[in-house]
Design a protein around this ligand. Structure first.
Ligand code: FMN
Length: 338
């Protein structure tokens, strides 16, 4: 096992993995690597840096994901990110949205491995922290084996410290980015083949991983697994990450304790003017397997966005939930990976 890249990470997700979300995820797992939402290099260089990049040191280890295709601009943004204290910068080569395509970055970069190499090399020259790349297995009519292998070689030669592969093609026309997260089908074996071609270079796989058992199975083939939607929609599963994948104690026993540990953060942020909903919207997926979950969600979703909503809204929502499990409790006793 190569330790340069975390075995388990939570994917960068626009509008979801903001600093409040990450702080909460860090309460659930000390070991998973967390990612920011994608921030464009231009926004960092010319925009409100502190607002875009500020984070709490508790969130670390934390990677900053950059969008862009101009090597010098990316290098500048990476250096600024490193100064802010990020542990890794990651280049987005997987996003298919129109906005990103008009800037010729994101998944379009799958067609331009040389440019990606130039971007990585410039970023590497600008920072000491690891520079990684997140990509697809190809776009549109590309033959994935050729496209992915050429892309990976270019990234590696330029000095990328790891590659994270969302194991499906991006379609740049005809699908919305949302549809393009489920269609076309995943190709895990191709990523495993790529890994065998690069035995001493960290490669992580992403896409469709629903739980930690699936992650553990993939870890037999690759160095890391990145989980996106499942981690966000069912954050309780993250409580199993440290014990099951890293052999360490879970930081909290359950979602009730996790929320208690989040309370001091919420109080601090409310005092600083953050709205309750900005923090609690990331908690809506909790308690899914317990009775009262629906009432919890309804209360939180309707009352937390109201002006002046305070901690009592959260406490009353949690009071709707039964501490007893409705079905079988999740299995946490057995380590999945030695
Ligand atoms: C709401 C949302 C926003 C996303 N934003 C980004 C992003 O900013 N950068 C990125 O590389 N991928 C982004 N993605 C893609 C995820 O990182 C991930 O590659 C994809 O969801 C597949 O993994 P999953 O099946 O585990 O969710 C986003 C996904 C979602 C659901």
């Amino acid at each position: 096992m190569i330790d340069k890249y975390s075995k388990l990470s939570i994917a960068p997700m626009m509008d979801w993995t903001d600093r409040h979300c990450r702080f909460f995820h860090r309460i659930l797992t000390r070991r998973a690597r967390l990612y920011t939402e994608m921030v464009t290099a231009d926004a960092i260089v010319f925009g409100p840096r502190r607002r875009l990049l500020g984070f709490d040191p508790f969130e670390r280890p934390l990677a900053l994901q950059l969008g862009g295709a101009d090597p010098q601009r990316l290098a500048q943004a990476a250096a600024i990110g490193a100064d802010f204290g990020y542990d890794e910068v990651n280049l987005n080569c997987g996003c298919p949205s129109d906005r990103v395509q008009s800037g010729r970055f994101g998944a379009c970069l799958m067609r331009e491995p040389e440019l990606v190499g130039a971007c990585v090399a410039a970023m590497k020259a600008a920072v000491r922290i690891p520079v990684t790349v997140k990509c697809r297995i190809g776009v549109d009519e590309q033959e994935p084996r050729e496209a992915l292998f050429a892309f990976a070689s270019a990234a590696r030669q330029a000095g990328a410290d790891a590659l994270i592969v969302h194991a499906r093609k991006a379609w740049l026309e005809g699908l919305s980015p949302k549809e393009n997260r489920d269609i076309p089908p995943l190709d895990y074996p191709l990523v495993a083949t790529l890994k065998r071609a690069h035995p001493d270079w960290p490669i992580a796989i992403n896409g469709g991983v629903k739980d930690l058992a699936a992650a553990a199975a993939l870890l037999r083939e690759v160095d890391g697994v990145m989980i996106g939607r499942a981690a966000y929609q069912n954050p309780e599963m993250l409580i199993g990450v440290d014990p099951l994948l890293f052999g360490e104690a879970a930081p909290v026993a359950d979602a009730f304790e996790a929320i208690e540990n989040y309370v001091p953060y919420i109080e601090r942020e409310l005092a600083a003017g953050t709205r309750l909903h900005d923090m609690t919207r990331h908690l809506l997926g909790l308690f899914a397997a317990r009775s009262g979950a629906r009432a919890y969600r309804r209360r939180l979703a309707t009352l937390a966005p109201q002006r002046g909503a305070g901690l009592d809204v959260l406490r009353e929502a949690v009071a709707e939930v039964s501490p007893r499990w409705e079905g079988a409790a999740p299995e946490r006793a057995v380590a999945l990976v030695g």
